[in-house]
Ligand binder design. Structure first.
Ligand code: ZN
Length: 270
């Protein structure tokens, strides 16, 4: 299957290819759920639209240089209610503020330069993978991903590992960057990885931002995690093993049936 921007996120592409976010969607450590992941891949479950999703698209359209076109094609970005009819909705006006801040920093613009939205595919751990790199600069040995988040300093409780973690681990960005680095390396037939960078910008009233880079140690460690997890995900995706329901996510709540009464002590806080 040949991938392009219009079919990259299609059901067909998700069935054929694995991706960093698809792998994470199976793994409880990243708030994934096997049952929801499979329902999504099969096209049986569509996640309810989230503002954060559209804001991400808005920022990526800016990075790609197609923001004007994006605005024309997405009338839902504009308010239909008085007195702000026809104006950008306030959350997208705030995106403009985030963009302005990024544009004003030369090092950010340097990190985000290069070829935009580069799609690559390669076989990794016995399955075909797809990646889309936001900003690709092999000539300087780096690639960059653009992320918008609430707060750089936030901490999240990981039930599996029983400890707090930062946004990089919580959202599995290290894992995602490692997959990008490895797929790119395989496609180019190089023996060394490009250095993955993430440009993060926060949604705070006065946005904060940072450029973060990763090293070979974390790429190796993250690829090891992928290797450890991929076999089960492969067997679920091919239908050999039934997916387990997490009974907590939106998909599971929406399809819930109680088949066992819980003992009061099962309601753990942490
Ligand atoms: Zn679930």
């Amino acid at each position: 299957m040949q991938l392009n921007k219009s079919n990259y996120y299609s059901t067909e592409a998700n069935l054929h290819y694995m991706s960093g976010s698809q792998l994470k969607s199976f793994l409880p450590a990243y708030e994934g759920c096997e049952a929801k992941a499979m329902a999504k891949i099969r096209g049986e479950y569509v996640e309810p639209p989230k503002d954060a999703f559209d804001e991400g698209h808005y920022l990526h359209a800016w990075n790609e240089g197609t923001l004007d076109e994006f605005k024309v094609n997405n009338p839902s970005l504009y308010s239909t209610r008085a007195p702000s009819v026809g104006q950008l909705k306030s959350n997208f006006q705030h995106c403009n503020k985030m963009i302005k801040i990024l544009e004003s920093d030369p090092l950010v613009m340097k990190a985000l330069a290069g070829k935009k939205e580069v799609i690559m595919t390669a076989e990794l751990f016995g399955v075909p993978w797809k990646i889309m790199i936001d900003s690709y600069q092999p000539e300087v040995g780096i690639f960059s991903d653009l992320k918008a988040l609430k707060d750089i300093g936030g901490k999240w409780w990981n039930k599996e590992t029983q400890c707090y973690e930062n946004f990089l681990d919580h959202y599995g960005y290290t894992l995602q960057m490692a997959v990008y680095a490895e797929v790119e390396r395989l496609v180019m037939g190089r023996d060394k990885w490009l250095i993955p960078h993430i440009v993060v910008v926060t949604k705070q009233d006065l946005p904060d931002y940072e450029i973060i880079y990763f090293d070979y140690d974390v790429i190796e460690a993250s690829l090891q995690i992928v290797k450890n997890k991929i076999e089960r995900v492969k067997s679920i995706k091919s239908g050999l093993v039934p997916p387990v329901r997490c009974e907590k996510c939106e998909y599971c709540r929406g399809t819930k049936r109680i088949n066992r009464i819980k003992h009061y002590s099962e309601l753990a806080l942490y």
